[in-house]
Structure formats: C-alpha cells, structure tokens
Design a protein around this ligand. Structure first.
Ligand code: SF4
Length: 347
C-alpha cells in the first residue's frame, strides 16, 4: 500500500516560471502529498468551513461561471483512456465523426452565448492535432472569439508550434488534464505518459495561454492518490487558472464501466481541497454532475466550486438540462458570472 511518505511527486520543474535562473535550486513544492492528505482527513465541517473562507476571500460566493462544451470531433480516438467512451478501443457505441464544419461550431457557440455561457470549450477526440487540422481549429477560435466568448480548446497533446498557433489565433484557455496521481495513472492510460501531459502543459504555458487542467476521481484510486493528483495540480508553477474536477461516469463498454461509485462526500471533499490549495483557480464541477442530486451540487458550490459545464452535452455524456440548472441557481440565490478577462493566479 502506498503511504504519504512514499508517494512520489513527478518533476514539474519544466513548468516553473522562466524568470528563475536555470542554475537556481528548484523552489520547494508548495503542497506535499502528506499536507493535501491531511486536508482530506479533516472533519467534513471543518474542511468545508476552511474552503468557504478561502473561497470568500477571493470570489463572490454567490457567483458561478458557466462554460459550454462542444465536441467538434467525436470518437475513434487512438488513446486508451480507460474512462473514455471515445477511445477507439472502447465498445461504447460512440460513432466516430469528422471535424465539425466552422458554421456548425459558430451556431453552437451563438446558442451557448444566448443561454448565458461566457466560455465556449471545443473538444476533439485526438491523440494530438495534425498539421492539416490547425487552420480549421484556429479559424474556430477566431470565430468564437468574435462573438465575445472566452475560448477554450482540448485537442490532445500539442507541440510548441501548435500551442503558439492557437495563441496567435487568440485562444484563451487550453484544457489538458493530468487525470490522476502519477502512481495511479498507468492503470488507466497506457498510450501516453504523465510526462507527455506535463510537456503539453509546458508548451501551453510557454505560449502564454491560460491553463485548464484537472482530473477525474472515482476511478478506483485511493484517497492518498486523490491527494497526489491535487498536489500535482497545486504545485504547477503557476497552478492552473481553471481546474475541472470530474466524477467518473462509468460508461458501459469502457474498461472502468464496473467501477463502484465514489462516496458523494468524498467528491465534495475533493472540491474543498482543490479550493484550499488553489485559491484563485476557477474550480469547475464537470463530468458526473448529472449523477449528483441537487443537494450534492449545492455542497460542491459551498465547498468552493465556482464554475460548471452548462448545456445539453458534455462531450459524449449527458449534462443536466440548462433549465434545471437555472432553477437550482434561483433556489440557491446563485447568479451567473459575467464575462471577464482571465486573471493569472499568483502562487
Ligand atoms: S479522454 Fe481524450 S485522449 Fe483519452 S481516449 Fe478520450 S478522447 Fe481520446
């Protein structure tokens, strides 16, 4: 069994600020896995109280940012992420599609804006974009931005030049998740390494694009491994501006289809720990929200989540209908956050 003392932290030095001289000793990690694990061990009420204090110090606790996610290229992916129905190796019935044409993307973005979304995320089920795809995706960024929406893309691994091309098109955020702690990662994904993911995040940072990076819990990992994921995220230099926390949706036909559901309070704890360790990040309640009842969603907001995916579809898993979300917001006195420039978190 892994312990807090033995769990490793992968080298994130390539993501540290470039102003640090290369011969300088690496800065100490802000969060050890043991420190994060200690937060998880707090009594639930104490943990939520602490998370609320951190949240209220930096945000209006009654505001939630709305993002809409569109799958611009679905299925047939060469990667083997065990949770994903879009992997070609999964027997999930998801049909592979071609890249969506620009006019359809624009129509979806317009509809998302009309529904109150301020950020439009476009996801393609690729290992990495091919050079021939770059003109199409950069046109999408320009088009969606012209509607006044923040733009986010998730296209798989990026080379430095591809990250720069997206930056030049005006991309605001790039999503690339670490998924899990390094110790657990290999039992879910074998076709690309943890370091591959850190390399892509480094290219995105280097290009000056905001980073959206989080993970998935409920994949069968231990609490210590959940703490390991949060420590990895919180020790990125700087930590991500957006941190999506996903709850596994066990989709039939995927290797994780029979994974037992995570205790709902453990998910809420994960949100609280993310809020405390990354005070200025937008912590996003992402996949798995539909399995949560309204009370659990409210607890997640209380624990410091301040962004949700909003709309009909979250890539290929369904998402609570926008009307239900609006009703819940009304009952809780929550308001949608207006568009604002992306802030860069301080350490
Ligand atoms: S999570 Fe992304 S990279 Fe992994 S199989 Fe699914 S679409 Fe491909």
């Amino acid at each position: 069994m892994t312990t807090a003392a033995t769990i490793a932290t992968i080298d994130v030095s390539s993501l540290r600020r470039t102003s640090v001289p290369s011969n300088a000793p690496p800065a100490p990690l802000r969060w050890s896995v043991a420190d994060v694990a200690a937060l998880y061990e707090l009594p639930f009420m104490d943990l939520l109280f602490q998370a609320q204090q951190v949240h209220r110090a930096h945000f209006d606790a009654s505001e939630v940012q709305l993002s809409t996610l569109l799958s611009i290229k679905t299925g047939g992916c060469a990667e083997d992420c065990g949770y994903c129905p879009q992997a070609a190796s999964a027997d999930s019935g998801v049909e592979a599609t071609k890249l969506m044409p620009l006019n359809e993307v624009m129509a979806a973005a317009q509809a998302a804006r009309d529904q109150g979304a301020t950020r439009f995320c476009m996801g393609a089920a690729w290992r990495s974009p091919k050079e021939r795809d770059m003109d199409c995706v950069t046109e999408m960024v320009r088009g969606v931005r012209s509607l006044g929406l923040e733009t986010c893309m998730t296209l798989g691994m990026l080379q430095a030049s591809q990250a720069q091309a997206l930056k030049d098109a005006g991309l605001d955020y790039y999503n690339h998740n670490l998924d899990s702690a390094p110790e657990f990662y290999g039992s879910v994904i074998t076709t690309r390494t943890y370091q591959d993911r850190l390399d892509t995040l480094g290219h995105v940072r280097q290009a000056g694009i905001n980073v959206c990076c989080g993970g998935i819990v409920g994949m069968g990992e231990s609490r210590l491994e959940r703490a390991g994921l949060i420590a990895q995220l919180a020790n990125l230099e700087p930590y991500p501006e957006s941190v999506p926390i996903n709850n596994l949706v066990p989709v039939p036909g995927t290797p994780l289809a029979d994974t037992p559901l995570l205790d709902p309070f453990e998910f809420v704890r994960t949100i609280a720990v993310a809020r405390i360790t990354m005070p200025l990040a937008m912590v996003r309640l992402s996949a798995g929200r539909e399995q949560m009842d309204e009370s659990q969603q409210a607890l997640c907001l209380l624990a410091g989540a301040n962004s949700i995916f909003y709309g009909d579809k979250l890539l290929t898993t369904s998402n609570p209908q926008a009307d239900r979300d609006r009703q819940l917001f009304d009952r809780l006195g929550i308001k949608a956050q207006g568009a604002r420039p992306a802030a860069h978190p301080a350490p």
